[in-house]
Design a protein around this ligand. Structure first.
Ligand code: KG4
Ligand code: ZN
Length: 344
């Protein structure tokens, strides 16, 4: 059977990415990060859409070149329809529609969250040990905008069994980093400083919510109040204790996430565990889950770092599965900013 070549486009937040897949194999995955937001301590939507506009064509050209593929070889184009920033999504959606029309190829709309959840099925010669999960599996999706526990029964059958009632795990990292004046995005910085800190130096309260749900806004508030009190006593408290603060806060977030996975395993009896989304890049989370997996005999799937944060390879892959099912989008499709009812 002839291989299928898919071009994937991701533009939901602040990274512009294009990828080329041959069936499930990644031939190219190019990501242009946007540095314009750093000065503002968070993503500025208007600046993000303008940067996507500037980046999208060079990024697609770079992906084609890297994959050594001519654009006439592409069988279909997949793009992130949502959730995300509307202006950013519009750039990717419009590009994909134009490309599909000009090349006379089908258009595939992808739910960004499906991308993170299904990224484990990518194959990449750089990671020969990547093993796809068996169905059913549980996916902890932890990103800047989402924190969910998803039961995955098939590529197109998934159910959210728990989710955050307020902030996402990535937001907890980013907001805590902002409070400490560390910069944006906060997750990778807390990860870096936390590596050399003591995770038991300070303790922070864990939320009381439904067994499979999450909450992080209380943690952020208690972290803020704790620091305000300490700074009153010692204005240099943050500078002097930065590494311990990062390690302790990170420990609390990881403890919350790990407890929920354990509860989900007990409730569902599923021991096939995957994680996805930007926070799944966190080194301490990966280490902790590796230990828990050995202890509790879980089969754990940690995505390679390049497929944890936003990337177009995962979008192309979700699109590939839709292509096989013949689920194509029409030219009248529009982006949707909010999480919409894909995760039925
Ligand atoms: O999946 P993603 O790239 O974008 C969204 O769809 O939101 O996730 C971005 C989030 C940010 O909150 C960022 O701080 C967090 O992932 N993140 C991390 C790490 N790398 C990225 N959080 C903790 N540790 C990391 N190493
Ligand atoms: Zn994402």
């Amino acid at each position: 059977m002839k291989a299928t070549v898919i071009l994937g486009i991701e533009s939901s937040c602040d990274d512009t990415s294009a990828a080329i897949l041959r069936n499930r194999e990644v031939l190219a995955n190019v990501i242009a990060n946007q540095n314009v937001h750093q000065a503002y301590g968070g993503v500025v939507p208007e600046l993000a859409s303008r940067a996507h506009q500037a980046n999208i064509i060079p990024v697609v050209e770079a992906a084609l070149k890297q994959a050594r593929i001519d654009k006439t070889a592409i069988d279909a184009i997949a793009f992130t329809r949502g959730p995300g920033l509307l202006g950013s999504l519009l750039v990717g959606t419009s590009f994909a529609k134009g490309f599909a029309l000009a090349s006379k190829i089908p258009l595939l709309d992808v739910n960004h969250l499906h991308g993170h959840i299904l990224a484990h099925f990518l194959t990449d010669p750089d990671y020969p040990d990547m093993q796809p999960p068996n169905f059913p599996y549980l996916c902890l999706l932890v990103s800047g905008g989402h924190t969910e526990l998803v039961r995955v029964d098939a590529y197109d059958q998934m159910e959210t069994i728990g989710q955050t009632i307020d902030d996402a795990a990535g937001e907890a990292f980013d907001k805590a980093a902002k409070i400490m004046g560390l910069g944006y995005p906060g997750g990778p910085l807390i990860d870096k400083f936390g590596k050399v800190g003591n995770p038991q130096a300070f303790s922070f309260p864990k939320p009381q919510v439904a067994p499979l749900d999450f909450s992080f806004s209380g943690l952020k508030t208690s972290f803020l109040y704790f620091l305000r009190k300490k700074i009153k006593e010692n204005p240099d408290f943050i500078v002097q204790h930065r590494n311990d603060l990062c390690a302790s806060l990170q420990f609390t977030i990881i403890d919350i996430l790990t407890d929920k996975i354990k509860t989900a395993v007990k409730t569902t009896g599923i021991r096939e565990i995957a994680i996805g989304g930007g926070v799944s890049a966190n080194s301490a989370l990966r280490q902790r889950l590796t230990g828990e997996a050995q202890k509790h005999k879980w089969r754990l799937h940690l995505p390679p770092l390049r497929y944890t944060t936003d990337n177009a390879a995962m979008i192309a892959l979700s699109g590939y599965f839709k292509y096989l099912r013949g689920e194509f989008a029409s030219q009248s499709i529009t982006p949707v900013a909010r999480s919409y009812a894909f995760l039925k």
